[in-house]
Design a binder for this molecule. Structure first.
Ligand code: PGA
Length: 897
């Protein structure tokens, strides 16, 4: 018997309740036999985790399953995890200290930072979650929707209700939803298109972000006692990020923008309609200001029944104009068109002004009951935040493609025959010369390559979008693989072709460009060079002028690729150092720095608590401005319901306030000594990681055979292909399948490899403990790693290693990984002074321990199915079973991709 200490896992009562219902559903729909087999495996697995059974005890239960039973069993375990996630989400985001704006403001006040300082910061602030379509969400939207419905029903149950407002008994209604989940196919059969991704994101916008953001502002205004500027906004990449996704083209982008306009205008129409029903104020009973009367008179609503109701009439007019705007921007009338002919709004400001007239009117009368203008105030805020474009859309493309396109344009125009052969200085010189005048390079008679034609058409679509929706529709253009100044200038040259970039009018003037080119530094070397690149960039007078005219310049830093390149510790440290080193460069120019953090859900892709991560950013690097990607499964977890979204946006905002305004307590000397220790530790970790992953080509074979990489690439979870090229090099693999594969095999290598060896090599335990106790960066690095270690399992991983065809290769690499893991765990426990992982984080410990027994059997089944598939068995249920197991394990691990 293996000697696993029995640990006490506290059951969440919701999990017990939902788990019991799920058991009933399995019995009712899958039959008594399936139920019994599932239950046998479940209880044996739980026993094994309590130290009461061997790893092998589960095998007879698993071996007894037929292929049909296997898929049903996997679905059952997946649904358990789904329901466990739901139960946890109901407990709210971890109650981290200061995770609300109110708490942050109070904490700051205690530290001598008053509300005026908070308001001054917010005045120049931008906090923007950026939704992306990175393919890590394995669940279909229908599953997510059933889950949300169960959450709603549980909320009713919490408030003591027995039945829904429609009269359904709550327990029955919950049971029905679980039965629906059981009968809903979890896997997508068809591939996902960009339009599907757009549609999924729109449902979050409509159901969550549009109502939640104004509600939050109203709450924060009560805390701060002042009207707040629009510092928290929502941005998106969906339909604009074409890096490695050939399906994002000009049409896809137009479609995304048009859908967004449809969603937001549709939402305004609904709100205006509802207010029309409510604001029945009569001129006979109330003093109504002349501006409101004038708006009502101009509305075109001459119904006699509303003659004395100017607010209603004015709202009819607003509704009619919105309806016309819908036709103009979306190409068709809304579902409930207005019967009044009206002129479309030219821009959202016009709509806002009309709403403001009504708000002012309401405030001016009576005893001040309408002083805070409720629904109308929230709608005004919504219009300010979402305009007619909904979420500002970023564009993204790879610098290699820009280079080729610019080279072709220059060649066709007879300017430069071989741009790609030029060195950086020559490129910069040439590009600056192009940017100095507004002469177009593109010729209508030239026959461009498909790539160039496609790139030009999407940039033209961006210019059209500016005409149609206004300047807020696209403001940032991210350049993947950014490594030099010419990478940035190339984008401006391309934007110049459509008139988006305009050369300065005179020598001292600034160029004009409503779209900011943003380099994304994403390898360890590029992060190291980032400060130098930005110094050179600002040394170009017209570029400095351009950034000054905006007041800020963004730099994007990539977590996943730097991790794949240099391992967890070096990536984390390089990101920290780059942010730090960039700060003085910006300070010298008086241009505000805006860092854009490209991170995913898994720790190997920069995941972990956003609140902790923002608070742990180097001092001075946030200063009120930050953008962060929100991807895949993280979107449903953080923004799945309004309450959860509200809590997460609060946490993000309060972390920004705390990081930006809290006095720094660590004195500089201590920081310098910590930093030099980290430099050495990082070097060792880097060498260890690089040697393992890139030291010998046989590692590629090991990785591909040990993990379900090939099967992951077949999951229909995103519109973009899993890989940019056909090469099998780790360098060319996208970070998502890399991280995803290691998670499934329970190794989670990107979240820890190399750390233990490096910390042990340092050897100064007192200093490491001091760093862990007093340095937020180091604390966050260790605590994220600890979570990853707790979710990994070398016993299970050993079984995956047996999938490697050549046992010598399999064992050699696996032994190295296993001993690295042991070393990492041991030293982490010593530094943090804990008897076992997560001993000081009981909530997380419980959450993970509860899930482990449900994941392990899935791993065993997955391995068996992969063996059969690779041995040439062609029963389609094997492939389906593998895909289901990938889905189920990802659901259970929560942040796996
Ligand atoms: P990318 O993203 O592959 O789109 O650059 C990397 C990631 O977020 O993992």
């Amino acid at each position: 018997m293996t000697n696993i200490p029995a640990l006490t896992v506290r059951q969440n009562p919701d999990i017990k309740y939902l788990g019991k219902l799920l058991g009933d559903v399995i019995r009712a729909y899958g039959g008594e036999e399936l139920y019994k087999r599932t239950e046998y495996i479940r209880s044996t697995s739980v026993d094994r985790h309590r130290g009461l059974a061997d790893l092998e005890a589960i095998d007879p239960g698993l071996d007894a399953l037929t292929l049909d039973e296997t898929t049903a069993f996997v679905r059952g375990f997946m649904l358990f995890s789904l329901l466990a996630n739901l139960a946890e989400d109901r407990q709210g985001v971890a109650a981290e200290e200061g995770a609300s704006v109110e708490e942050a403001v109070a904490k700051l006040a205690d530290e001598g930072v008053d509300k005026d300082a908070v308001l001054a910061l917010l005045d120049k602030a931008l906090i923007a979650p950026v939704l992306t379509a990175h393919p890590t969400e394995v669940r279909r939207k229908s599953m997510i929707d059933h889950k949300a419905r169960i959450a709603e029903l549980l909320l009713m149950k919490d408030s003591g209700e027995q039945a829904t407002p429609e009269g359904d008994i709550l327990d029955d209604a919950i049971m029905r939803q679980i039965a629906l989940l059981w009968q809903t196919r979890p896997l997508r059969r068809e591939r996902l298109f960009v339009t599907d991704e757009v549609q999924i994101s729109q449902s979050y916008m409509k159901d969550v972000f549009l109502p939640v953001l104004p509600r939050l502002y109203a709450k924060w205004e009560r805390v701060l006692g002042a009207r707040l500027p629009n510092f928290l906004k929502l941005n998106s990449w969906i339909g604009g990020d074409r890096d490695g996704n050939p399906f994002v083209d000009a049409d896809a982008m137009r479609e995304a923008l048009s859908r967004a306009a449809e969603t937001v205008i549709g939402y305004y129409l609904m709100r205006v309609h509802a207010m029309g029903a409510e604001l029945s104020i009569s001129t006979e009973l109330s003093e109504v200001p002349a501006e409101v009367i004038a708006l009502a008179d101009a509305s075109g609503d001459d119904a006699l029944s509303r003659k004395d109701e100017p607010y209603r009439r004015a709202l009819s007019g607003i509704y009619a104009r919105l309806s016309a705007t819908h036709l103009k921007l979306c190409g068709h009338v809304p579902g409930r068109p207005s019967s009044i002919q009206a002129q479309a709004y030219d821009n959202p400001q016009q709509l806002r002004e009309e709403l403001a007239i009504l708000a002012h009117g309401l405030r001016s009368g009576g005893s001040g009951v309408f002083a805070t203008s409720g629904a109308l105030g929230r709608l005004i805020r919504t219009v300010e935040l979402f305009g007619f474009h909904l979420a500002t859309l970023d564009m993204r493309q790879n610098s290699r493609i820009h280079e080729r396109v610019v080279a072709e344009l220059l060649k066709e125009a007879g300017v430069e025959a071989d741009y790609l052969a030029l060195d950086e200085a020559a490129r910069i010189k040439l590009l600056r010369a192009e940017l100095a005048n507004n002469r177009p390079l593109v010729s209508p008679w030239a026959d461009y390559s498909e790539e160039t034609a496609k790139e030009l058409s999407i940039i033209r679509a961006a210019a059209e979008a500016h005409q149609k929706y206004g300047p807020d529709v696209i403001t940032n253009y991210n350049i993947s693989n950014g490594e030099s100044v010419s990478d940035i200038l190339e984008v401006y040259v391309l934007l110049m072709e459509t008139g988006l970039y305009r050369a300065p009018k005179d020598e001292d003037g600034a160029p004009h460009c409503p779209v900011m080119a943003v380099p994304l530094f994403e390898t360890v070397a590029d992060l190291e060079n980032a400060p130098e690149v930005m110094t050179e960039f600002f040394a170009i007078p017209e570029m400095q002028q351009l950034a000054k005219s905006r007041g800020h310049q963004e730099v994007m830093i990539g977590y996943s690729d730097s991790n794949k390149d240099g391992g967890y510790l070096t990536s984390t440290w390089s990101l920290f150092k780059a942010s730090n080193a960039l700060t003085p460069i910006f300070a010298q120019t008086a241009i505000k720095m805006q860092l854009f953090h490209g991170r995913g859900g898994a720790v190997g892709r920069g995941g972990g608590s956003a609140f902790g991560a923002i608070k742990a950013q180097p001092k001075g690097t946030v200063a009120g401005r930050i953008r962060i990607t929100e991807q895949g499964e993280v979107i449903a977890a953080k923004y799945g319901t309004r309450d959860v979204a509200e809590a997460n946006l609060e946490a993000m905002t309060s972390a920004v306030l705390l990081n930006s305004l809290e006095p720094d307590n660590n004195d500089q000397k201590v920081q310098a000594s910590f930093a030099s220790a980290m430099d050495s530790i990082s070097q060792v970790a880097f060498a260890e990681y690089r040697d393992l992953v890139y030291g010998n080509d046989s590692f590629r074979t090991f990785f591909r055979q040990m993990t379900p990489l090939t099967e992951i690439a077949k999951l229909k979870i995103g519109s973009r292909p899993a890989s940019r090229t056909k090469s099998d090099k780790i360098e060319d693999l996208r970070a998502i399948p890399w991280v995803f594969s290691w998670a499934q095999a329970r190794v989670m290598l990107p979240g820890w490899y190399g750390v233990g060896q490096a910390l042990a090599a340092d050897g100064d335990m007192a200093k490491l403990q001091d760093m862990a106790a007093s340095w937020p960066f180091f604390q966050a690095t260790l605590s994220n790693m600890e979570m990853v270690l707790a979710k990994s399992d070398m016993g299970i991983a050993a079984r995956y290693a047996e999938l490697v065809e050549d046992p010598d290769i399999g064992q050699a690499y696996f032994n190295r990984i296993r001993s690295g893991w042991d070393q990492t765990r041991d030293i982490l426990l010593e530094i943090t002074d804990q008897p076992h992982l997560l001993a000081k984080s009981p909530a997380l410990f419980n959450s993970i321990e509860l899930r482990l027994p449900y994941i392990e059997p899935l791993n065993h089944l997955q391995i068996e199915l992969i063996k059969r598939l690779r041995a040439g068995e062609d029963d389609p249920r094997i492939g389906e079973g593998i895909q289901l197991s990938l889905n189920a394990i990802a659901t259970a691990l929560r942040n796996s991709g």
